[in-house]
Write a new protein. Structure first.
Length: 73
């Protein structure tokens, strides 16, 4: 069996330092931040819709047909 060292080289400490500094210096991309915020907002809307649906079904089961049915927690 061949050694993986034949195909991959190990980075030098200098390479590691340069790569770490490059990632630290990168500024967040505004477009990426906006996409992340939109995704979080969409996920929160879905979560709230699901919770509302579950609560509405709990009310319908607890007191079917009543207007002032209380939501169970």
């Amino acid at each position: 069996m061949k050694s993986p060292d034949l195909y991959f080289t190990k980075p030098t400490p200098e390479d590691i330092r340069r790569r770490m500094q490059a990632t630290e210096q990168q500024q967040p991309d505004a477009a990426m931040q906006r996409l992340q915020m939109e995704a979080q907002l969409a996920a929160e809307k879905v979560r709230m819709t699901v919770n509302t649906t579950i609560r509405a079904k709990a009310v319908a089961i607890e007191k079917p047909g009543e207007e002032g049915a209380r939501i169970r927690d």
